[in-house]
Write a protein that binds this ligand. Structure first.
Ligand SMILES: [Cu+2]
Length: 809
């Protein structure tokens, strides 16, 4: 260990003492006056007036946990010692994000967010990953990690900027970033990574902080007043003279939903309207109360920004699309929407979550429990270097894609270079005009709107926590806010050893008084929590002492819903299950994509070995007469294969229950097969080559046609696993530029594209893209909040150790 010292953390308990910051002031009173500049249409005078401590938004629930858990290590020590992954693989600190933002603002005379544009032509930093760490080249990182060089690879950021004047989006490489995480300095390199106009502005990443539609929505609501007022009497904040939220609640719109009508020239967004009785139900119980009102707004951001947004379609009470407000008025639709029951904000409400029967959050840990793992970090670093029972790795949270675990080694040997969450996509069924879909990495980021972990609820009370940088936050009902110039840290992850209450291995002694022999399964868990608005994602990397590891995602949240009425839109029942009165929950699929860059032995001498279980009459056994006298009865048998090259059908896996198979990443370099040489030296079977297998839990492939726009957006979801050759420019499985107009894929960022070039995978650096899917056919128990349910990928030693690794001395 090159730990220089063990230093107490600051009072906030953060490694290196980063300050927990809130983007706002100390105390902010917000009387929610009706206004058009706010994100949310419903600004509920009276109901939502209140005072809150905005610092409280990012404050922690951690309580009195032993704060010496994280050992602070100096960067000098790291340059030569273990844990040096923290120097080269850590995400940007809040200070670095602010410094890079300042550089972009200065160089381009840009605004740091859409909210502070001085005029509509001013360029601005856009999206939840507007300023993000750039992953360095793998070869350089390995040379540094493996001590071949003391030169730390240069640190860069990527900045995404919307440029209304040229009607495009640009990504710049900015840096290098030097200095410390707390006091960084940003170099003068400023390189455009795309051509001018290559990414049209209509395809810019979603911007949930954007308020530019407010006036348009207000005007449209005013126009629709003759039809809305009778159905939603006293519920609409825009109609100030009649609005009485305390009597019948509020109807408000949420302008964030991308629509499939978008093209590279026009950006179409849905504004969906919900009802809530009580302000506490905002972005909560509201999902149980959809109303039959949806607009489509066309945000045609043409050159020069001359054209403003306009409403392109209106759906009202199961009818539409109507091209204009007048068309809706002329249609004279008799709408039978009724004020929903409940949602009175009381503890009996069916539509808002109640912590009934909950295990209470425990803030105090009595006595000191001896930890079996160590956690360290250089000053100012959010990520953590962890060691536990033979395992060591570095974990961070990426703004866009969430948890990444790097340089995972077991007993000194690297097994995985990168294990990272890549995407959480959700594709819903629905009629045109109200069909939602999400790339959550683009909408909210998987490491941007994260939850602050609650010891005693999200993780055990004595867990050690880690942090992520972020700048976007919700202040409901006003909406989402955020500015990378005001980036802060959130305590969104935790590390702990868990006694799983079961055996890792065991065996029954069959004697009369016999018990079992075996060992308990105590796993090391690294967990991080992300939120995408209505949904929550709890990612865990799980390590076991038999050399196996697992990536598990637990999904939960508020179900997305639509209003249904037998006389109006009975057809909705073809897309949805009915989970409450007039409440349809559309069926949908969640696709969690995970990148596993396995390195078995020498990284660029890996390959893919497949073992298929078949049923029939293997030729050699037949010829040798080994099948006598059972013929013609078939037998189970195995066929081994080495994958020659990339490509759909070659290096892709869609499990078939009729033909089970194990897919392994193996070392094809004989010299690294030392552990198994003795067993295998006389055999030539590929099963003798050391490797790790990838095994997915629930397997659902994308069921939409392959040429559907959404199938292009989530190319990875055609397969449970796809293997490709590692390339430094193939970092991610999806891109925020494809949320809008996914039929016109941008920038070549797609597993589909990575598979296309048919490169050899024999003796190559192999990367696996695994899709953990969940087909969600909603049930009544999904109201008001879904129980967390898991999907999982196991990474298992398969002919890697000469015997059960947990039994090795
Ligand atoms: Cu779901």
């Amino acid at each position: 260990m090159d730990q220089e010292s063990s230093i107490l953390l600051d009072e906030n308990g953060q490694g290196g003492g980063q300050r927990r910051e809130s983007p706002g002031g100390k105390q902010r009173t917000y009387a929610l006056v009706l206004g058009l500049t706010t994100f949310v249409i419903g600004l509920l005078t009276g109901v939502f007036v209140g005072t809150r401590n905005t610092d409280g938004f990012v404050s922690s629930f951690r309580g009195e946990i032993e704060e010496t858990a994280v050992t602070l290590i100096s960067t000098t020590a790291l340059e030569t010692g273990e844990g040096r992954a923290a120097l080269v693989l850590d995400e940007l600190s809040p200070e670095e994000i602010r410094a890079v933002s300042a550089k972009v603002v200065e160089r381009l005379s840009a605004a740091s967010s859409s909210k502070n544009q001085k005029n509509k032509n001013q360029p601005y930093l856009v999206g939840v990953n507007a300023v993000e760490w750039e992953t360095p080249r793998k070869a350089e990182v390995l040379a540094f990690l493996d001590g071949e060089t003391k030169e730390v690879p240069k640190r860069y950021a990527r900045a995404t900027v919307a440029r209304p004047e040229t009607a495009d989006v640009m990504v710049f490489r900015v840096g290098p970033i030097s200095g410390t995480r707390k006091a960084p300095s940003v170099g003068e390199e400023f390189e455009a990574l795309y051509g001018d106009g290559e990414i049209p502005i209509a395809k810019m990443p979603p911007d949930i902080c954007d308020e530019s539609l407010s006036e348009l929505i207000a005007a449209t609501m005013e126009g629709l007043r003759p039809v809305l007022e009778p159905v939603f009497p006293r519920m609409i904040p825009f109609f100030e003279d009649t609005y009485k939220p305390e009597e019948v609640g509020t109807v408000f719109g949420f302008p964030i939903f991308p629509d499939l009508k978008s093209t590279p020239e026009s950006r179409v967004m849905m504004v969906k309207f919900f009802w809530i009785r009580d302000g506490k139900a905002f972005n909560n119980g509201m999902w149980m109360h959809p109303t039959p009102l949806v607009f489509q707004t066309n945000h045609t951001m043409v050159k020069g920004g001359e054209e403003g947004p306009f409403v392109s379609a209106i759906y009202w009470c199961g009818r539409g699309p109507f091209g204009t407000v007048q068309d809706v008025l002329d249609a004279k639709i008799d709408c039978e929407w009724e004020v929903p029951a409940a949602s009175d904000g009381s503890s009996e409400a069916w539509d808002t979550p109640i912590e009934r029967g909950a295990v209470e959050e425990k803030k105090k840990v009595k006595g000191k429990k001896k930890r079996t793992f160590s956690v360290s970090a250089p000053e100012g670093t959010n990520g953590r270097y962890v060691k536990w029972k033979g395992w060591e790795f570095f974990v961070t949270q990426r703004l866009s894609t969430g948890m990444s675990v790097w340089d995972i080694r077991f007993r000194g040997k690297r097994i995985v270079y990168e294990l990272s969450l890549q995407e959480s996509a959700a594709i819903y069924g629905g009629g045109q005009g109200d069909q939602t879909y999400y790339l959550d990495t683009a909408m909210t980021g998987m490491g941007q709107i994260t939850g602050i972990v609650r010891p005693g609820v999200d993780c055990p009370e004595d867990a050690v926590t880690f942090w992520n940088s972020a700048w976007v936050y919700g202040e409901f009902p006003r909406g989402f806010f955020g500015d990378p110039m005001e980036a802060f840290s959130r305590e969104s992850g935790c590390i702990f050893e868990l006694d799983t209450g079961t055996a890792l291995w065991s065996h029954v002694d069959q004697s009369r008084k016999g018990k079992t022999m075996g060992i308990s399964r105590k796993s090391l868990i690294v967990r991080a929590i992300s939120n995408s608005g209505n949904y929550d994602y709890i990612a865990s990397a799980i390590f076991d002492i038999d050399g196996s590891l697992h990536f598990e995602m637990r999904l939960a949240g508020m179900a997305e819903t639509r209003w249904i009425h037998q006389k109006v839109n009975a057809w909705e029942a073809d897309f949805s299950t009915l989970i409450h009165s007039h409440l349809a929950a559309p069926m949908h699929t969640h696709y969690i994509n995970v990148k596993v860059d396995l390195d078995i032995g020498q990284p660029d001498k890996n390959g893919i070995h497949v073992m298929r279980s078949l049923s029939g009459y293997p030729q050699a056994a037949k010829e040798a007469g080994a099948l006598e006298p059972l013929e013609p009865l078939a037998s189970k048998y195995i066929v081994e294969d080495i994958v020659k090259k990339e490509g759909p059908g070659n290096s892709t896996v869609v499990p078939d229950p009729h033909r089970p198979a194990v897919w392994r990443v193996i070392s094809m370099d004989q010299k690294t097969a030392d552990q198994r040489t003795a067993l295998c030296k006389e055999e030539s079977s590929w099963s003798c080559y050391p490797g790790y297998a990838l095994v997915a839990s629930e397997t659902v492939r994308n069921t939409l046609p392959d040429d559907h726009p959404l199938s292009k957006m989530i190319g990875f979801a055609k397969y449970t696993m796809a293997f490709t050759k590692q390339h430094d420019d193939e970092q991610r499985s999806s891109t925020p530029f494809d949320t809008y107009a996914p039929q016109n894929r941008t920038g070549g960022i797609s597993v589909d594209v990575y598979l296309e070039d048919g490169e050899s995978l024999e003796g190559a650096d192999v990367v696996a893209w695994a899709t953990l899917a969940h087909e969600h056919i909603p049930r009544s128990e999904d109201a008001p909040l879904i129980s967390n349910y898991p999907v999982r990928l196991s990474v298992l030693p398969w002919n890697y150790f000469p015997r059960h690794a947990a039994m090795e001395p």
